[in-house]
Design a protein around this ligand. Structure first.
Ligand SMILES: [Zn+2]
Length: 183
């Protein structure tokens, strides 16, 4: 998901900004594969994803958005002026949804400059592996709950525009398909 105001964070060294995969690239519809182990190669991928996300700038990014179909996503909800708070979720799985919903205006780094309101469960419980290689369980609400659901959707080849009306979705896809052909 993109961040509305520009945020520039020097998070670390040795990281690479990767090109983003943009709609209608069919890669975005691919289901990502589970990760078998947390090794240095995976941690480098996580760092590259964070660097790419900060550069965009965004608050969440899934592996497939830089063309890597593996079940990993990164999130940082720190606001401008706050310390960076990078979070890495490996093989995330939603184990509980609330019945109560909440609506956020969402956007996506793979669908630049398009925003729409999406309703999702307000509170979720997510089980995942952290960058420490250990299993964690977090209960998320507010923007974190929305962002996690948006990014986990990416791991399943689902985009936020799949949650809006078919008419709106077809218009967006048409616009981006036209733009891609124009290049
Ligand atoms: Zn997205």
């Amino acid at each position: 998901m993109p961040v509305p105001s520009l945020k520039k964070i020097g998070y670390g060294e040795r990281m690479t900004i990767k090109p983003l995969i943009i709609l209608p690239d069919p890669l975005l519809r691919q289901v990502s594969a589970p990760i078998e182990r947390v090794d240095s190669e995976l941690l480098t991928l996580a760092d590259d994803m964070l660097e790419t996300m900060y550069d965009a700038p965004g608050i969440g990014l899934a592996g497939i958005q830089i063309g890597v179909p593996r079940r990993i996503l990164v999130i940082d909800l720190a606001r401008e002026g706050e310390e960076p708070a990078p979070q890495v979720f490996i093989n995330p799985e939603i184990v509980k949804f609330s019945e109560e919903g909440s609506v956020y205006e969402e956007g996506c780094l793979s669908i630049p400059e398009y925003y729409a309101e999406v309703e999702r469960p307000a509170t979720i419980t997510v089980r995942h592996i952290g960058r420490d290689g250990k299993e964690h369980v977090v209960e998320a609400d507010g923007l974190l709950a929305t962002c996690l659901q948006h990014e986990i959707d990416h791991l399943n080849g689902v985009l936020f525009i799949d949650h809006i009306s078919r008419l709106k979705r077809e218009m967006v896809i048409k616009k981006f398909t036209k733009a891609a052909k124009g290049k």
